[in-house]
Design a protein around this ligand. Structure first.
Ligand code: HEM
Length: 298
């Protein structure tokens, strides 16, 4: 059952964890991604935190745009088409897949796996995208910013690291906000998956025994949570949402209860991830690359 926390003037929040409740809340037209900041000081503070994900001209990053925003929907559809070209895209990032496969197999890599993943994701957009320790650090700073409590967030902003990270990610993304989203925020789900594949490969003859699709199913991770706001009081399926409540969809928790890959990507919903085909193929490719080498050595 969804959990509601209301402390007048401080916070108005609903946490949704169950898959069927999440589907209903996500689909409700009164529930949006844009945050007014009303409902309490915490609501205001979280709205201000998410407001930084904008281009210098004010354009908003894709995962913070509303369902009915026509620009969001058009860009999502165009990217989904571009990323459905799975075979050629996997060819393009074959060097990164081999590098990650080698890490899964041996537990060592020439570069930080985060840098390799960021470069693979960036090259889905630009063939010459070059990630570095600095660009991955920028992504980590933005991820930390999203989950940081007030004191930590204050320090990140005050130090200048927040703006520097946004600038670095946007520069490398050449103004493409889907690329910025993917190389700063979405990529971390892939880093987690590669680490989980490495753990799986360490045990016994798992690498030889487990098929890529099963390794993928075992390792895929969804975003821990995504944020919404209920504009008006509304009932979404079994969940009652007070007006101006902050809504946290605990996607990874729901995915565990309903562990099919498409659920991690909201693949049947308006907000489906445009990378819902390429990401599973990429991860299966990493496991395959790790195994291919095992066979090569045998
Ligand atoms: C394991 C990896 C990934 C997972 C589990 C994942 C999952 C998701 C989820 C759950 C959403 C919806 C978020 C929300 O409604 O607030 C989303 C949105 C999005 N994802 Fe992914 N994603 C992954 C990787 C990627 C990659 C690699 C790209 C790009 C190459 C990408 C591009 C996007 C974009 C642009 C959106 C916003 C769609 C829109 O509403 O316009 N994602 N993703």
């Amino acid at each position: 059952m969804a959990c509601t926390i209301t402390i007048p003037g401080i916070i108005r929040l609903v946490l949704v964890k169950k898959p069927d409740e999440m589907v209903a809340v996500n689909d409700a037209s009164m529930v949006g991604r844009s945050l007014s900041g009303r409902g309490g000081v915490m609501n205001r503070w979280i709205a201000a935190k998410l407001a930084v994900f904008r281009a210098p001209d004010g354009d908003i990053w894709p995962a913070f745009r509303d369902q009915l925003d026509p620009l969001r929907a058009a860009r999502q559809a165009a990217l989904e088409v571009a990323l459905s070209n799975v075979g050629p895209l996997l060819q393009r990032i074959a060097p990164e897949i081999v590098e990650l496969g080698s890490y899964v197999r041996n537990g060592v890599a020439r570069r930080n796996t985060g840098v390799i993943v960021q470069q693979a994701v960036g090259r889905l957009f630009f063939t010459d995208y070059a990630a570095s320790e600095e660009s991955y650090e920028a992504a980590r700073t933005l991820q930390t910013w999203l989950s940081a409590w007030p004191l930590r967030a204050y320090r990140i902003r005050r130090s200048g690291a927040l703006q520097a990270s946004l600038d670095r990610i946007m520069d490398l993304s050449r103004g493409d906000m889907a690329c910025a989203h993917a190389t700063a925020l979405a990529m971390e789900n892939l880093v987690k998956s590669v680490e989980l594949m490495r753990r799986l490969a360490r045990h016994g003859d798992n690498l030889a025994k487990i098929e890529p699709q099963d390794a993928l199913a075992h390792s895929l991770r969804a975003p821990v949570r995504v944020v919404r706001e209920a504009r008006d009081e509304v009932r979404a399926g079994p969940v009652w949402l007070p007006s101006r409540s902050l809504v946290l969809l605990a996607v990874e928790s729901a995915r565990r209860q309903h562990p099919v890959p498409s659920f991690a990507f909201f693949a049947s919903a308006w907000n489906r991830c445009p990378a819902h085909s390429i990401v599973p193929a990429l991860l299966a490719g990493v496991w395959q690359a790790a195994r291919a080498d095992t066979r090569g050595r045998a």
